[in-house]
Every structure is written in C-alpha cells, then in structure tokens.
Design a binder for this molecule. Structure first.
Ligand SMILES: [Fe+2]
Ligand SMILES: [Fe+2]
Length: 320
C-alpha cells in the first residue's frame, strides 16, 4: 500500500525520491513548456510559474499531432515476435490506458460545463478533443497490429476489458463517475468540481497515467520495440502533462480561496488512495515481482514524487 496522505490537516508525504528516475524525455522543451509541476525542480520549493488557462489553450494549438501519421509496421512485427506470455503481460497496461482514455473522454463534458470561467471551459474543450485522439491512437494501434479479434472500437474495448483489475472500476466507475453525475445535475457545486478534478487530473492522469507511460515508454525505448507506439505514446504523455498543469492551476486557485476546497482535495486523496494504489498492479501480480524490469516500490516512488511536487505547488504539502 502507498503511504497515502492520511487524515492529518497537512499532507506529509514520504521522501521516496529517486532523482535518477528523471527521464530524459521530460526535459524536452515541449514537455517543459507545459510547466507541469512534476517536471519542474522548482516545485520541490513550491515555486512554479504555472501557465494561465489561456496560455494552456495556446500551447494546445501549437502541440497538435495525428494518429493517422504513425507507422505501426514494425510494431506489428515486434508484437507477434514477443513470446505469448509477454503479450499477455503487456495487455494489462495497454487495456488500462485504452479503456481509461475512453472513460475520461466520456466524463469530461460535465466537468467542462461546471468550470466557473470561460477560459477554463475553453481549455477543457481542448482536453476533450485530446482524450478522443488518445482513444483513437489506441484503437489504431490495436487495429494495425492486430492485437485482438474484434473488428471495431466498441468490440475492442469490450474484448480488452478482461485484462483490468477491480480497482480500476472502483476508481473510474464509482468514484469519478459518481462525482461527474452530480456535476451534470448541479454544475454550480464547486466542491464537487474540486473533488472531480483532484481525482481526474491529479490522481488518474497525474499519478497513474503518467507513471505508467514513463515506465512503458522507457522499457520499449531501451529494448528498441514498438517504435510507432512509443512515438504516439510520447505525444499522449505530453498532452497529459498539459492537462495536469491545468488541474494544478485550478486546484491552487481554489485552495487559495477557501479552506473547504483544500479539505476537499485532501479528503479525495485519502478516499481514492487504496483504489489508486491497486490500479498500479495487474490482477496477476505477485508480491516482489518485477514488471518489465521495474519493482512495485520504484513505480510507487515515481507516482508519489509526482504527486508530492504538484501538492507543494497547490499548497497542500510542506515545501523544502
Ligand atoms: Fe488522455
Ligand atoms: Fe488527459
């Protein structure tokens, strides 16, 4: 289990910092341009000049890409050259992302409508387009590589879902969906919006997605495998950093407005902790097992470091 922020008033996070895990790709100018606190050393001191909502929108205009431009020819050769067990093990990460992208795309509409300013709404509209592109990226990868038997998007989502674990459903179908459903009926409830954005941008995108992306991309780059997938997944990761940067700005502003929003962030992190931790491990994971060359401790440390930096910038964790 993660040593998750417990019920104290300020979050005290473990110092499981592995600076050697700092990946080269996150030093790329286009990643740094998002100013996601997890990418900035200044975040350790709580110092990051987050972009405005409008600047985040303009960055989105400059950071476009096409799923149809990616060549999956070598990916297909690589995939069918992997031993059967490796293909099975890779399905956990692939399925969690494919279905995760589809679910977040679906849930973002009511969040966008509940955002209190036009600038926020405009950025969240761009994020809806991004999440649709991420779904299509996975759909194309599955189709071009021939990962499954199903012949369309709906069928692929259904067929790949057998690889998920129950915590995934708790996080997406219970915790996130219940808040989004409430927002759909009561878009003026800012406390629920704060909870939804904590879950969506900080936990699902910030901790889980970007951690999975980091290790999956690194493993494939180190092994020279799935080059088309790596190219597209890097673009997805850059988009996610931009989304998380929006979440960090929104939560920092809300936290500065009223203590009850700070409490809402804290409460949500505590509530989702066990399910979020559970999503990091596949259903077939055995204690102590390394997954694609990485231990569960290393995975957790990476996720917690990212959360810690963002929480410092939001004002919820003590700064160094
Ligand atoms: Fe996404
Ligand atoms: Fe996203």
């Amino acid at each position: 289990m993660l040593d998750w922020p417990a019920s104290q008033t300020s979050v005290s996070l473990p110092l499981m910092i592995d600076d050697t895990a700092s990946p080269h790709r996150t030093e790329r100018a286009d990643f740094q341009a998002t100013r996601d606190p997890a990418l900035m050393e200044g975040a350790d001191r709580g110092q990051v000049n987050l972009l405005s909502y409008h600047d985040l929108y303009l960055l989105w205009e400059r950071q476009q890409w096409q799923t149809q431009a990616i060549d999956f020819t070598k990916d297909r050769e690589d995939w069918w050259g992997f031993p059967e067990e490796e293909r099975f093990q890779r399905m956990y990460g692939l399925s969690s992302f494919f279905i995760g992208e589809q679910k977040v795309a679906e849930e973002l509409g009511p969040i966008m409508r509940a955002a209190p300013t036009e600038e926020m709404k405009l950025f969240l509209c761009t994020q809806i387009a991004d999440e649709a592109r991420h779904v299509e990226f996975f759909n194309r990868f599955y189709q071009e590589v021939g990962v499954l038997d199903a012949g369309d998007l709906h069928g692929r989502l259904e067929e790949t879902s057998e690889h998920l674990n129950p915590n995934f459903h708790t996080l997406f179908d219970d915790m996130l969906k219940s808040r989004v459903d409430r927002l759909a009926g009561e878009p003026e409830d800012l406390e629920v919006l704060v909870e939804a954005i904590t879950l969506y941008h900080m936990v699902i995108e910030g901790m889980l997605a970007l951690t999975g992306q980091h290790f999956i991309i690194t493993y494939n780059e180190d092994n020279g495998t799935l080059p088309g997938f790596v190219e597209g997944f890097n673009n997805v990761a850059r988009d996610e950093h931009r989304h998380v940067a929006f979440g960090a700005r929104f939560l920092r502003e809300m936290a500065a407005t009223d203590q009850r929003y700070l409490d809402a962030i804290q409460r949500t992190l505590v509530e989702c902790g066990p399910a979020a931790d559970g999503v990091l491990a596949p259903p077939w994971y055995e204690e102590g097992q390394e997954l694609f060359g990485v231990s569960m401790e290393e995975t957790r440390a990476f996720a917690m470091k990212a959360l810690e930096r963002r929480m410092k910038v939001i004002g919820l964790a003590p700064v160094a």
